[in-house]
Design a binder for this molecule. Sequence first.
Ligand SMILES: Cc1cc2nc3c(=O)[nH]c(=O)nc-3n(C[C@H](O)[C@H](O)[C@H](O)COP(=O)(O)OP(=O)(O)OC[C@H]3O[C@@H](n4cnc5c(N)ncnc54)[C@H](O)[C@@H]3O)c2cc1C
Length: 452
Amino acid sequence: MPSTVDRGDVPPVRDTWPLGVMRGRGGRAEANVRVSPSTYQEVSDLLSRADGSRRIVPIGGRSAVTGAVELAPGDLALDLTRLDQVLEIDEHNLTARVQAGVNGWKLEQELNARGLTLGHYPSSLPVATIGGLVSTRSSGQESTLYGNIEDLVMGLTVCLADGTVAEARPGPRSAIGPALHELFIGAEGGLGVVLEAVLRISRLPAETLGRGWDFATLEAGLEAMREIVQRGLRPLVMRLYDREDTAFQQSAADGCLLVAGVAGEPALAAAGAGVVESVCGAGGAKDLGEEPFLRWRERRFHLSRERLLDSLRAPGSFVDTIEVAAAWDRLPPLHAQVKPVLAAEGIGLCHFSHAYPQGCCAYFTFAGSAATEEEAEAAYQRCWAGAMQACLELGATIGHHHGVGQVRAPWVRDEMGEWWQVWERVRSSLDPKDVMNPNAVGGTQPRPAKSS
Ligand SMILES: Cc1cc2nc3c(=O)[nH]c(=O)nc-3n(C[C@H](O)[C@H](O)[C@H](O)COP(=O)(O)OP(=O)(O)OC[C@H]3O[C@@H](n4cnc5c(N)ncnc54)[C@H](O)[C@@H]3O)c2cc1C
């Protein structure tokens, strides 16, 4: 089937970046041209003809929350959602080969029907595509057990900015040069187009056990999370809510709620649950039973793209999330520094998840409203600036899983240091005509003048 082209009769193409939505409230932006190829050849033909006079922005489910997808008039949206085939599920070797536009939820359903799982459950799964998840370096709610998207990608087929198609290479691992496909994991459509992914999949766990724990202090809860992962256990999930977020969850906990679940073979799950119980007990936590875990599972996709957009409808309102990550000893000071900045503008909540032996993700949610749109934007910007500054001061990363886009552009060079130059050189050599997404990874910089 040939590609479809919509001209001008579609709404402006943008993602779910709250500030982009706020800026668009009430106004009418110009529509963009959208091309929806259904073959790799069509993508390659389009890119090989591109000369940089208009930028090409790959789009999947448009659930990114960073402004990575926001087109200037004349730019072209390259909609990958018609590349939606699950090409192969290999039950023997536990791999899946899928096209970039495959919807994450649809893939998970197909795998579940065969007793398998990708183990990648971002809250946006119902709308996100595999290409988008790869391109934003995403994390699912069960990342402590299954890993993040970079752990699940075995290989990628990509179309470079000049139209060259580089196919996924074979094998569960290879030492034949650097794993160059990994450049595209988190590149936000700035280097080329992801066409296809070979993914590691798992068997669905036979047993899943989970409970809630009530910790008197946030520090005690963080210590329990650290102890659990440093003992070598890889829980399915651990989510520790600070006091305000615990109250927001309407949980029975008086202090800080930890939701912890384990999964696997029944004997392994039971042993894991025993480790969690003994660590939480030693930390003085009260056992709240299974209810908090079951409730979390039941509601874990409730924050949908539509709900987020709905909560941004009223003029003057703002809401967003800021996910960062830090070493265990930096998390309490980070929390202490960021929370008052958010609370000063309205509501500020935080939970901790995605645990590693070395640290974890701190996920802040903030919301408020102001008398005017200008004041709302200023309050929104103060929240981001305060959080980013605290991260840079404390040696935390300014982003754990949503990527960079426009929202982190002011701080990305501070975090990357000299690596920013490496990124710039990679980008300018793979995309010398500046064809690809201008908002990827903080945006393109003026290129240094060529020496004669
Ligand atoms: C309600 C909600 C909950 C969320 N929860 C999570 C979460 O739990 N974990 C998480 O990690 N993220 C989460 N996100 C963020 C978002 O869903 C992810 O960033 C997701 O990966 C985006 O996928 P998408 O298909 O919507 O991509 P898009 O938003 O369409 O695109 C994202 C970026 O990838 C590029 N891109 C898309 N497809 C391709 C391709 N084929 N080739 C090259 N570049 C491409 C785009 O140019 C853009 O830069 C959430 C967002 C929302 C709105």
